[in-house]
Design a protein around this ligand. Structure first.
Ligand SMILES: *[C@@H]1O[C@H](CO)[C@@H](O)[C@H](O)[C@H]1NC(C)=O
Ligand SMILES: *[C@@H]1O[C@H](CO)[C@@H](O)[C@H](O)[C@H]1NC(C)=O
Ligand SMILES: *[C@@H]1O[C@H](CO)[C@@H](O)[C@H](O)[C@H]1NC(C)=O
Ligand SMILES: *[C@@H]1O[C@H](CO)[C@@H](O)[C@H](O)[C@H]1NC(C)=O
Ligand SMILES: *[C@@H]1O[C@H](CO)[C@@H](O)[C@H](O)[C@H]1NC(C)=O
Ligand SMILES: *[C@@H]1O[C@H](CO)[C@@H](O)[C@H](O)[C@H]1NC(C)=O
Length: 927
């Protein structure tokens, strides 16, 4: 059975389709593929789009997304969610630089709302992971590369969730030395930010204003964590006057707008996709304000932790040798963090604040050179170029191998197996196959190959050779016997002649040469039967070998793929969990003891998940919390024994300790350590809030404690324990305000080896993971969701669900906080009770992580350990900031800024890395 080969080939489409348009000079070197489209068209800005309908694989879909009318975004092509790769191969001119852009608009094409996640690669290099988190917004990736051959392949692979798909694929050829870097042979530039400051609208500037169709994004578009923390006094300015820019630089329209820090500084913070890493970063300045003779504009760049960069002073007019001219200082290799905060601050002797027109930040992405066998295998492909198995595209091995090869697992893998049985191959064996020096298995049986069997001496690892059922002629080469690893050699049913080399016959080998009428065994014995020497393989296998060789291949292959989709076998629970009896470890109290300790259930201190909680004091003076479970509740009883069993085994500083239980006269009672400071909920907005609001650092510490407790449940327990009902009323505070997680009543054991446990959905509205609610598949990520809600409560002091607090359009804290945080408006959700006693960076860190935690899909959420790490980072930021606040913060920060400025003004020369345009023209490396 032939399994379909889900790949396609795209080469030469570019040429053939673009010839008609070559009259339009400006479009030369542009390829704009409308994936899933059916016809060519010219869009409203004049780009010529062509459908990718030469593609044989995948399926097309039409989508409709509000606000998106561009035709190229109404279609897409999607591929099966399997372990293969799907490639587009585009023609390029070798040794030319290009911009490659791929975009993805999900638009719920599968009507499943199953947000896809998959990888995109360029050749053998992993380019990016595409994670769709909104059905209606476009994900875009851009890469600048120097073509090293006549084609470039872009492949989608590794479908982690949903189906891989693509909306557009664009190629833009550059000109001259633009984007030259000294690293370009080994590194691509992955575009992280290309910003047009002071933009007059949200619309980006691109073709035709930019002849290379780079997309200069407007700084006014609101995006989560992108260009936030904008300094007060930031104003847009613009001019209609022409600006001198050379042909490669930002389009004039980009340079005609800018922002000015009228209060002395410009500040921005943005997340840089793919960072930390090494960057190519350039800022573009042009003086577009008319300064009076007594006015000046001088400023410096300030990057946290990179004091030496602050030495250089920018004086645009002077550096650019005039007004309305471009000055473009930059760094060819700068290490940048994921969260980049930067500032331009005016010098003390400058009368005007800083100005910036545009900026580009690209990340160096190391190329993977791919399989060393590319050249040899291309030789094989070129022999059979019309066959569809040659058209899979991309690297033979990376990121996943072609369907008919297997590769070693080295960083630069070599081909170890070729399976081309029954592919109608004709002619001689391509000699390039003998150049695959890593080859271990070769399956060429069942073809129409002719000519002699070549010399495989170079392939010293060859173990298995299948050449049977072809039309090979000539003799069996002696050299086969010299292959040290050879174990199986099948050459039956060919037209070989001469005698079988005796050293082959004496080798420990499975060897079949029957069905070659003119091939004889030595001088004496004539044989038309195969000979088995060595008995490692049973004869019955050999008898069947010719008949089932294809089946063997396919079975082998299927097994291979199944390995990728690991089929989990539910493992048995450890014996210790099987017991239905309350654990021996928990102390058994008598009802009388409990009654005396609680003074006949006198003081009620709360009502928990499934019962009322009373205060108590044991004879020896120890304070306890007594939870009396509701009577006659089957569920309650089951949960009772569940909780007792569980809790008695789990000890952690941040988990409320179960001291014992009591089960008498229909009563099911749990005895816990008493937590003096009640629940987190009470402190945030309950009865304890008034006058004793907990400050931000304390809230962070509480979050840290709780996260540690949960982390222990998720990673320290075997089997894993999923809490299932995390909420602020289940986080209790002891006398020292240390937090502990309580109430494991709803916890269920996650069975080892299976990623989820299906059971009746339980939890608390507002904290309940929506994915769990819909799918009923419980995972540890459901706890992460609930914990995200708790983080939002800590930030805002708001209840998870409230009819009053969140305004008209929101039902809950998640929607409400998301709206604010994604617009960069974190202030709008910060608990007013915190006053201004918090550091914005630490607040942001928690807010961003909280949003990650409440992502709709579990696998997009971080693990609790990642969240814990972020909380700890935030705590150290906050502690530092707190000590500054205590010791007159304003003065401290002013001083440090001044001192760096003073160093700078003494050194009036430019720092080496800040280069002027003149130098960059002379030496393009220096851009
Ligand atoms: C590749 O070609 C073979 C033989 O012509 C055919 O059976 C198979 O369906 C083709 N695969 C695809 C995906 O077109
Ligand atoms: C986008 O669509 C929404 C409604 O779906 C509408 O309110 C909004 O004005 C639209 N925006 C643009 C830029 O078209
Ligand atoms: C596929 O993606 C998953 C999750 O993103 C990752 O863990 C895995 O390593 C990837 N596999 C390959 C072959 O890249
Ligand atoms: C390419 O460079 C030439 C000069 O080298 C210039 O005339 C031409 O306009 C450039 N093309 C583009 C698209 O900028
Ligand atoms: C950039 O600098 C770092 C450290 O100085 C170096 O390791 C790296 O190779 C350089 N180039 C690139 C492209 O990262
Ligand atoms: C091989 O060729 C024959 C005849 O040319 C054709 O009928 C058959 O479909 C081909 N098989 C494959 C797998 O291409």
């Amino acid at each position: 059975m032939e399994s379909p080969i889900p790949f396609f080939f795209y080469s030469s489409l570019a040429l053939s389709l673009f010839l008609p348009f070559s009259s339009s000079q400006i479009m030369q070197g542009f390829i704009s593929l409308d994936c899933g489209g059916t016809e060519s068209f010219t869009d409203e800005i004049g780009l010529e789009w062509t459908p990718d309908n030469k593609v044989n694989y995948g399926e097309t879909s039409t989508i409709s997304v509000a606000n998106e009318t561009r035709k190229q975004y109404t279609t897409l092509r999607h591929f099966p969610a399997d372990s293969r790769k799907y490639c587009y191969t585009l023609d390029v001119v070798s040794r030319t630089r290009y911009l490659l852009r791929a975009s993805f608009l999900y638009g719920n094409f599968d009507t499943n709302n199953f947000y896809p996640k998959f990888d995109i690669s360029v050749g053998a290099t992993h380019w990016s992971t595409i994670v769709i988190s909104d059905a209606n917004s476009i994900e875009t990736r851009e890469l600048i590369f120097l073509a090293s051959s006549s084609t470039v392949s872009v492949c989608l692979s590794n479908a982690t969730t949903g189906q891989p798909f693509i909306s557009t694929l664009e190629l833009r050829q550059f000109n001259g030395s633009i984007y030259f870097t000294q690293y370009e042979q080994q590194f691509y530039l992955s575009v992280s930010a290309r910003i047009n400051f002071g933009a007059e609208s949200d619309a980006p500037i691109r073709y035709p204003d930019d002849p290379f169709d780079r997309i200069w994004e407007s700084d006014s578009v609101k995006k989560a964590n992108y260009l936030v923390d904008v300094a007060a006094g930031t104003e847009k300015i613009s001019t209609n006057l022409p600006i001198f820019v050379n042909s490669e630089m930002p389009p004039m329209k980009v340079m005609q707008t800018a922002v000015v820090g009228t209060a002395g500084s410009l500040t921005y913070r943005l997340n840089l996709e793919g960072f930390p890493g090494n960057a190519w970063a350039v800022t573009y300045f042009a003086e577009i304000e008319d300064l009076r003779p007594n006015e000046s504009r001088k400023f410096r760049l300030v990057l946290p932790g990179q004091a030496e960069l602050s030495k250089a002073i920018v004086n645009i007019e002077e550096n650019a040798l005039g007004k309305y001219r471009l000055y473009e200082p930059g760094y060819t290799n700068l290490t940048l963090p994921f969260v980049l905060s930067f500032k331009f601050g005016k010098t003390s002797d400058s009368s005007k604040g800083p100005l910036v027109n545009a900026m580009e930040i690209n990340k160096y992405l190391e190329k993977n050179e791919g399989s060393p066998d590319v050249a040899a295998i291309s030789g094989v492909l070129s022999r059979y170029s019309s066959a569809n198995w040659t058209q899979e595209g991309g690297d033979p091995c990376l990121p996943v191998p072609w369907s008919w090869v297997r590769c070693s697992s080295d960083p630069q893998p070599s081909i170890i197996s070729i399976s081309l049985s029954g592919k109608n191959l004709t002619g001689n064996i391509p000699s390039d196959i003998t150049k695959l020096v890593g080859l271990v298995e070769l399956w060429l049986d069942g073809n129409m190959l002719t000519g002699p069997i070549p010399d495989f001496t170079g392939c010293t690892d060859l173990k298995i050779i299948h050449l049977e059922n072809n039309q090979f002629t000539g003799v069996l080469p002696d050299s086969l016997a010299n292959l040290p690893s050879l174990r199986e050699l099948y050459v039956q049913n060919n037209m070989l002649s001469g005698t079988v080399p005796s050293n082959l016959l004496s080798k420990d080998l499975v060897f079949n040469y029957s069905g070659n009428i003119n091939l004889h065994r030595g001088s004496k014995i004539k044989s038309h039967m195969y000979i088995i020497i060595g008995s490692a393989v049973g004869a019955s296998v050999l008898l069947l070998a010719t008949v089932i060789s294809c089946l063997v291949i396919h079975k082998g292959k299927r097994r291979y793929y199944e390995k990728d989709h690991i089929v989990s076998v539910p493992t048995q629970r450890p014996a210790s969990w099987k017991s239905d009896d309350p654990a021996e470890a928990a102390h058994c109290f008598s009802l009388a003891e409990i009654e005396s300790a609680t003074n006949n259930f006198e003081k009620r201190i709360g009502s928990g998940g499934f019962g009322i909680v009373y205060y108590g004091k044991l004879k020896e003076g120890k304070e306890i919390a007594v939870k009396v479970l509701r009577n006659n509740s089957y569920q309650g009883k089951r949960e009772f024994s569940n909780e007792v069993t569980l809790l008695s085994r789990i000890h952690h500083r941040n988990l409320v300790q179960l001291l014992g239980y009591c089960r008498e006269e229909e009563n099911s009672i749990l005895v816990y350590e008493f937590m003096h400071n009640g629940t987190l909920k009470e402190h945030l907005y309950g009865s304890l809030e008034n006058g004793r609001s907990i400050n931000w650092i304390k809230r962070l510490e509480i979050a840290e404690d709780a996260a540690k407790g949960i982390e222990y449940l998720h990673t320290g327990c075997n089997p894993v324990v999923i809490h299932r009902d995390l909420k602020s009323s289940n986080i209790l505070l002891d006398r020292q305000m240390k937090a502990k997680v309580s109430d494991f009543g709803l916890s269920k054991l996650a069975v080892d080896g299976v990623s989820h446990v299906s059971s009746i959905v339980r939890g608390t509205v507002g904290y309940l993971d929506p994915e769990y609610y819909i799918s009923q598949q419980l995972t540890d990520k459901s706890d992460v969701y609930s914990f995200g809600v708790i983080l939002l409560e800590l930030i805002s002091g708001q209840e998870a669900i409230s009819n009053e607090s969140f305004g008209l359009h929101c039902r809950n804290i998640v929607q409400w906080a998301k709206l604010h945080i994604e617009c960069g408006d974190i202030q709008g959700i910060i608990d007013p009770l915190l006053g201004n006693k918090y550091d914005l960076q630490s607040m942001w860190k928690i807010a961003e992580k909280a949003l990650m935690c409440v992502q709709p899909h579990g696998d997009m959420r971080p693990s609790i350990s990642e969240v814990l790490k972020e909380i700890q980072d935030a705590i150290s930021i906050e502690r530092e900031a707190e000590s500054l606040r205590e010791g007159n913060s304003d003065e401290a920060s002013r001083n440090s800024f001044h001192s760096s400025m003073n160093i700078g003004s003494m050194d009036l020369g430019r720092a080496e890395s800040f280069l002027s345009i003149d130098e960059s023209v002379a030496q393009p490396t220096a851009r």
